[in-house]
Design a binder for this molecule. Structure first.
Ligand code: PA5
Length: 465
């Protein structure tokens, strides 16, 4: 059995008391709403308005075929995307491929290209990456569902200009586009120049799009076993259809977070993997939980201002940075650990410095034992200080368990949205910021908004020192 497990003992009142822990009766009390959430998702699937839950059965053949060509031809793959168009790729790549992937020779990478995901527009940083990669040996995958995101499109425009200068007409072979099947300027550009494209399904939002071409194409290109990733997601999908709240991992994760937030004032959700390779998953979760659940209005238009603040932490590193706060600071957090029960390697601490008695307790033990013990230590410290915590346990870290984990978190996010009574699939707050950028950067159609913004900026007195 390769199933991941959620251990929620320490989130419950039995372990940490009623004030901070969820009681069995509170969980029972939420069961009808949880059942409704399950039915609601089933309905959305049937209406085809929400597509993410059915992605585990996506046809991967075209992605794998394309990836084998990329493997033969390219030294570098550069993904130009942001938010949901970038975070999943980074999370899976860093979880499953070597920590020094880009430093290794091609042979060591099994012939696959290096991967760069410059998901920011820091001009220095982006230029340094662009100058580093040889245009002849580099493929650029521009990923934007809307085709209008200013960051991605400006990067694409820079890359296009750079490639045209270096390669003339051959630039077209070095760019592929992943975007909406019909709409958007990227789709227009693809048609005009005959570029290779992949589709983002209309009913899958950015942060739920990892298991589409958005994530699967670049991941297949760097050798990730995408079929195994999807098989893991599929096995989790089955578990997430269970009507029993205590047997459905996504429903339980959602319910515990919802109750912790609304009944126990735990307004912060900390995601703390005890694995550097899973640090990217915590980044990905941060976007998923924040953008999906942080909403001003509920579905009836009532102002509710929902959402826990997701925080990323890393075990053991943040034991020396954050854990003091988590153990003794405000009672406002629900901490989720991610544990890898069996690492792929065993790293034994040798018996050296034998004349130093204070170090001998480490000799002959392993980093594996040390990291497991330290996680237990943090669980223990939190629990004895009445701080709720959960542990998601992965028997080992591979494509299958990772697929389960990511799919569980996506589904839990959708369920949590229903429990809060908000729409987890929209992001009006993000769009608000995007519109500001369009207006102030002079995009056609945004003249009136620009005028209003300039007026209010002029009226405002800056406070500076
Ligand atoms: O989840 C979302 O919808 C967002 O985070 C988007 O992924 C992000 O804004 C990028 O959008 P796009 O893919 O349209 O460029």
């Amino acid at each position: 059995m390769n199933d991941i497990k959620i251990d929620y003992t320490n989130a419950m009142a039995d372990a940490i008391g009623k004030k901070h822990g969820v009681s069995e009766s509170e969980l029972d009390g939420l069961a009808p709403q949880a059942k409704e959430a399950l039915l609601w998702l089933q309905e959305l699937r049937a209406q085809k308005t929400v597509g993410f839950f059915d992605l585990p059965s996506i046809d991967t053949a075209p992605f794998k075929k394309f990836a084998s060509r990329v493997r033969e031809k390219y030294e570098n793959l550069v993904v130009l995307g942001i938010g949901g168009s970038a975070l999943g790729t980074t999370a899976v790549h860093s979880a499953l491929n070597s920590a020094v992937w880009n430093l290794q020779r091609k042979r060591k990478r099994n012939g696959y290209p290096k991967l760069f995901v410059p998901d920011n527009i820091d001009p220095d940083w982006f230029d340094e990456i662009l100058r580093h990669v040889d245009p002849k040996k580099t493929l650029f995958n521009v990923i934007s569902k809307s085709g209008s995101t200013a960051e991605t499109m400006s990067q694409f425009m820079i890359v296009h200009h750079h490639l045209k200068e270096k390669l003339k007409g051959k630039w077209k072979k070095k760019v592929i586009l992943t975007t909406d099947a019909e709409k958007g300027v990227l789709r227009e550009i693809a048609g005009e120049f005959g570029l290779t494209t992949f589709n983002v399904p209309d009913n899958v939002g950015g942060r739920f799009s990892l298991f589409t071409a958005v994530g699967l194409v670049p991941l297949a290109c760097v050798g990730v076993d995408i079929d195994s990733l999807l098989a893991g997601a599929a096995s989790m999908a089955e578990r997430c259809l269970n009507k029993n709240l205590r047997e459905n991992p996504a429903l339980l994760f959602a319910a515990l977070h919802y109750l912790a937030d609304t009944k126990k004032k735990k307004s912060i959700s900390v995601m703390m993997p005890y694995s550097s390779k899973l640090a990217g998953v915590a980044d990905w979760y941060r976007q998923l939980w924040a953008e999906s659940l942080g909403k001003r209005y509920d579905l009836n238009g009532k102002e509710v201002n929902t959402g826990q603040t997701p925080v990323k932490a890393l075990g053991v590193t943040d034991q020396h940075s954050q854990v003091q706060l988590y153990v003794e600071g405000p009672f406002d957090k629900l901490v989720t650990f991610i544990e890898v029960e069996n690492f792929n390697r065993e790293s034994v601490i040798p018996a050296v410095f034998t004349d130093k008695p204070t170090l001998q307790y480490l000799a002959g033990k392993s980093l594996n034992q040390l990291i497991a013990t330290e996680m237990k230590g943090t669980e223990y410290a939190l629990t004895t200080h009445n701080r709720p915590n959960l542990a998601i346990r992965l028997p080992k870290l591979d494509a299958h368990t990772l697929g389960q984990l990511l799919f569980m978190l996506e589904t839990a996010t959708a369920f949590a949205g229903k429990l809060y009574g908000i729409d987890p699939f929209d992001q009006p707050g993000v769009e608000f910021g995007k519109k500001y950028t369009y207006a102030m950067m002079g995009r056609d159609g945004y003249e009136q908004l620009k005028g209003e913004l300039l007026k209010s900026a002029g009226a405002e007195k800056r406070k500076t020192v």
